[in-house]
Ligand binder design. Structure first.
Ligand code: GDP
Length: 214
């Protein structure tokens, strides 16, 4: 999938105030500092579209980005902030869980996990919760350029084993680097493969008209 347009269409603190839309949505979520903003900027090729955080845990809004006028990328607030009080953490998880459970056009959740680290309990607990709720999810291992290939493979192997042990079945596991762009095309093409036929047809029509008007 080629990115022809990517624009911020709104943000919300809770499900009720999210922008109305019938377009399929793909949500990105992970621990603070996992590399989510960097990955969103790399995927869309818009520098600074999602803010690369300087203060972990500061972004508490759900952000919506319309891509190619065909689908929506949802940037969910990160979990596991050391800096937030317990009450704030709970509040925050509540709005994210409402969104994930209540958003009818949500197609897939990408749970981002840092490839440099051995699988963390909080990441496993989160995907376990997604599965319990019946939410479709995939895993994206981030920052794969940062460590040696053997370390990334080793951590991936441990993660796959733990997922199996707990009966967790992500739709896919992707490996990406925001810095080198590795994995970008694979991920975008996979998202494209998940778009409903009708929308693919619309895209073909737009391309066709573009060609005719030249
Ligand atoms: P977020 O809090 O999940 O949005 O994470 P950020 O995108 O702000 O990234 C956290 C830190 O990791 C920043 O210093 C980024 O420059 C760095 N980072 C993010 N992705 C990558 C990557 O793919 N490779 C490398 N080497 N660094 C990355």
């Amino acid at each position: 999938m080629k990115i022809q347009s990517a624009r911020h269409i709104g943000c919300a603190t809770e499900l009720e105030s999210c922008p109305q839309s019938n377009l399929p949505e793909f949500a990105f979520v992970g621990r603070s500092n996992v590399g989510k903003s960097s990955l969103i900027n790399t995927l869309t090729e818009v520098k600074g579209l999602a803010k690369v955080s300087s203060t972990p845990g500061k972004t508490k809004l759900i952000h919506f980005f319309r891509i190619n006028e065909l689908w929506t990328l949802v940037d969910l607030p990160g979990y596991g902030f050391a800096k937030l009080s317990k009450v704030k953490k709970l509040e925050f998880n509540k709005s994210v869980s409402h969104f994930l459970n209540g958003r009818t056009n949500l197609k897939q959740v990408f749970a981002l996990i840092d490839s440099q680290l051995e699988p963390l309990d909080s990441d496993l607990a989160f995907v376990d919760w997604l599965q319990e709720c019946g939410i479709q999810y995939s895993i994206i291992l981030t920052k794969i350029d940062r460590s040696a290939y053997s370390k990334v493979s080793n951590n991936e192997g441990k993660l796959i084993k733990l997922l199996n042990d707990y009966g967790l079945r992500p739709t896919e596991i992707f490996k990406c680097s925001a810095r080198t762009k590795r994995g970008r095309v694979v991920l975008l093409n996979w998202i494209e493969s998940q778009l409903p036929r009708e929308q693919k047809k619309k895209k073909c029509k737009a391309i066709h008209l573009g060609w005719m008007n030249k």
